[in-house]
Design a protein around this ligand. Structure first.
Ligand code: ADP
Ligand code: MG
Length: 241
């Protein structure tokens, strides 16, 4: 499902190129559910951006569902992502002026009638415990509910690959547990491959496969740029791996 070979990514800061990722080989099988942990600044979000094709690698290859991403033009990559990859971004990224239903509908594949859309969205809202909340704006929903909407938006086209970046990062402990269960259960039911990056060791421990990014990244930790990460309220502090 996912095949990474000789992947390299660096960023230029103040005219200096800083290597962030160097992964010689990583493979994820169809239907696997994988958690990637690692300290802040270790390249977890960058890795997901590369897998999703939002960002391109300096060299090497990433194939998703048999499709090498670098062989696609940017427009084709966008189309491929829309059909094959669901991405739960850090901090939900819902559009504040749209209702929960509208936030989901804008991600849906075209070619459906209004009635079909309504039916599909109703089914999903019900499935994630948000029946009757379709007309709420994000500001009228709790953080956990907003995350559920973001998860539905990512899954509504049944993508074979689902990516999630710190999906429990800004949630209280109990809500984090619920969101972790939801991601694991929905992926098992849909049969999609799930890759989550997280600080949350409790969530990571619930995944059938869990690894530290530093086990596959050959950029030495000392070489990574130092950074201070603000700790959001509700997030567990002091977790370094
Ligand atoms: P993580 O998600 O593990 O906290 P990131 O992938 O966000 O780490 O970042 C890895 C490193 O790359 C960090 O040091 C970060 O500052 C740097 N970085 C990320 N994106 C950019 C960018 N667009 N330009 C320059 N540096 C970046
Ligand atoms: Mg990150």
């Amino acid at each position: 499902m996912l095949e990474i070979r000789d992947l390299k990514k660096q960023f230029k800061t103040d005219g200096r190129a800083i290597p962030i990722l160097d992964i010689s080989r990583w493979h994820v099988a169809q239907g696997e559910r994988v958690a990637i942990t690692g300290p802040s600044g270790s390249g977890k979000s960058t890795l997901l951006h590369l897998i999703s094709g939002i960002m391109s690698a300096d060299s090497g290859s990433i194939a998703v569902n048999g499709q090498p991403l670098h062989e696609l033009t940017e427009a084709k990559r966008d189309a491929f992502r829309a059909s094959a990859i669901g991405y739960v971004l850090q901090d939900f990224h819902l559009i504040p002026s749209l209702t929960a239903r509208q936030n989901i509908e804008i991600a849906m594949a075209s070619g459906l009638t209004q009635k079909e859309r309504r039916h599909i969205v109703d089914g999903w809202l019900e499935r994630v415990g948000l029946a009757g909340r379709g007309r709420h704006l994000p500001s009228e929903l709790s953080r956990g509910q907003q995350q559920r909407v973001a998860i539905v938006r990512a899954m509504v086209n049944n993508p074979p690959l689902l990516l999630a970046d710190e999906p429990t990062g800004s949630l209280d402990w109990e809500t984090a547990e619920e969101i972790a269960s939801l991601l694991l259960d929905l992926s098992a039911a849909q049969g999609n491959t799930l890759i989550v990056v997280t600080h949350d060791l409790n969530m990571a421990g619930r995944f059938p496969r869990c690894l530290n990014i530093q086990d596959m990244n050959e950029v030495r930790r000392e070489a990574l740029p130092k950074q201070r990460i603000p700790v959001a309220s509700g997030q567990r502090e002091g977790v370094t791996l």
